[in-house]
Design a protein. Structure first.
Length: 156
C-alpha cells in the first residue's frame, strides 16, 4: 500500500512540474518584451578531421529581445560532445558564445546535436555539429631519412 501511494505521489508531482514548465514557456512566447536568442549559425561542419585533431567550435549568439537572456541548460546528444555556456544573464543587444568540444579520438562520421534551453521566446534551439574523423596515414607519421651528399648510409 505504501509503494502504491508513493508511486501516485511521484506521478502527481511529475505532472504538476510538467504543466508548470508549459505555462512558463507560454508566458515567454506571449511576452512581446521577452528575451530572444539569435545565433550567427546553428550548424558547424568540421569537414574532415584526423583522429586527435582539434574538435573545438563556437556558436556565437545575440540577445535580440528586450529582457535579459538566461541559458538554463545546454545539453548534448551524447557524452562525446561537451558544451560550455555562459551562466550569467546576457543583456539585450549583447553577444556571447557557446563553446562545444567534440572528442576526436572516435573515428567515423559526426552528426551530433546540442539543445539550448533558455527563457527566450524561441526556446529550445538545436545546434548541430557534423564532419568526419579519419585515421592519419601511417606513412605520413614516419619521418623521412635524409642523406647529405658525400655521406654513406650506415647499415644496421
Amino acid at each position: 500500500m505504501k509503494k502504491a501511494l508513493t508511486l501516485l505521489t511521484v506521478i502527481f508531482f511529475g505532472i504538476q512540474l510538467s504543466n508548470a514548465q508549459e505555462v512558463k514557456q507560454e508566458a515567454a512566447e506571449n511576452n512581446p518584451n521577452a528575451a530572444e536568442i539569435s545565433f550567427d549559425k546553428t550548424v558547424h561542419d568540421y569537414g574532415t578531421l584526423y583522429v586527435g585533431g582539434d574538435g573545438n567550435c563556437e556558436f556565437e549568439f545575440t540577445n535580440t529581445g528586450k529582457e535579459p537572456l538566461i541559458l538554463s541548460s545546454v545539453r548534448s546528444s551524447c557524452g562525446c560532445t561537451v558544451p560550455q555556456w555562459p551562466r550569467e544573464p546576457i543583456l539585450p543587444g549583447k553577444k556571447s558564445t557557446i563553446k562545444v568540444k567534440y572528442d576526436t579520438n572516435r573515428m567515423g562520421p559526426i552528426n551530433k546535436s546540442v539543445t539550448v534551453m533558455s527563457n527566450a521566446k524561441n526556446t529550445p534551439v538545436v545546434l548541430r555539429i557534423s564532419g568526419n574523423i579519419i585515421k592519419k596515414n601511417e606513412e605520413s607519421l614516419i619521418p623521412e631519412k635524409t642523406v647529405s651528399p658525400g655521406t654513406t648510409p650506415v647499415a644496421k
